[in-house]
Design a protein around this ligand. Structure first.
Ligand code: ZN
Length: 241
């Protein structure tokens, strides 16, 4: 069975559609595992939520999801992010809102724990260093943990008591080591590569594949500007920053 792992879709319908198409071109998707921040920043929150809900899915809430339904204060957000949260809150239908309200902060899927930021502080903490990652190992009980939030793909591994943090390789065979994996961001990558980033877990081969897929960035940017979303949020999509 193949499971699509996505994080930080951020209401980017062109990116999410490209990811789903690329994932399905390799075979059937048993379920989508979503690591939060489906909405915020982008112009299509409702359409992205509808797409996700069209699949069997296991999803957790991200900070933008929580802020959009008033469960998190935007004082923790920068100015453009807060503006996008306000815009998003106005666009959500009661149905969208209800779906976001039901999302847990932490979910389990097989050998994986799913969270947005970190298992220690799912809605807030960014795992960006080997030390952040190592300190989080005691906060989840499964062998592996999947995170998003930083929009930067990485692989953290505890190999014979040695913590290692590096790039997420294109193909990774899962073994005994405990791992924390960030598949990168779908709708607003921040690692300098503007292509949408995602991963697929194949339970038959016990592997994680990391993929990048181009999408129609110009269309997303046009929609953002037309919607009155902050211009800087549209521009950054061109650079993956
Ligand atoms: Zn995000």
């Amino acid at each position: 069975m193949r499971y699509l792992i996505v994080a930080d879709v951020h209401a980017n319908l062109e990116a999410f559609t490209a990811v789903l198409d690329a994932a399905k071109s390799g075979g059937d998707i048993a379920a989508v595992w979503c690591l939060g921040d489906m909405v915020g920043y982008g112009p299509d929150p409702g359409a992205c939520l509808a797409l996700l809900r069209g699949y069997a899915n296991t999803a957790v809430a991200g900070n933008h999801d929580l802020a959009a339904i008033n469960k998190m204060d935007t004082s923790e957000f920068n100015e453009v992010a807060a503006a996008a949260v306000e815009w998003t809150a106005q666009k959500l239908t009661p149905d969208d809102r209800h779906f976001l309200e039901t999302l847990p902060l932490k979910a389990l899927a097989g050998d994986f724990t799913l969270v947005h930021g970190s298992p220690r502080d799912p809605a807030r903490e960014y795992i960006v260093s080997v030390w952040d990652a190592a300190a989080n190992l005691e906060y989840f009980d499964t062998r592996y943990c999947l995170v998003g939030h930083s929009h930067v793909p990485f692989l953290f591994e505890l190999r014979k008591d040695t913590p290692l943090l590096g790039a997420l390789p294109p193909g990774l065979h899962l073994g005994d080591s405990r791992l924390i994996i960030n598949p990168g961001g779908v709708g607003q990558p921040r690692d300098g590569d503007p292509r949408a980033s995602f991963a697929i877990f194949d339970s038959n081969t016990n592997t994680i594949e990391h993929h990048r897929v181009p999408y129609d960035i110009a269309t997303t940017q046009r929609k953002m500007l037309r919607a009155g979303l902050p211009q800087s949020l549209a521009i950054r999509l061109s650079y993956g920053k």
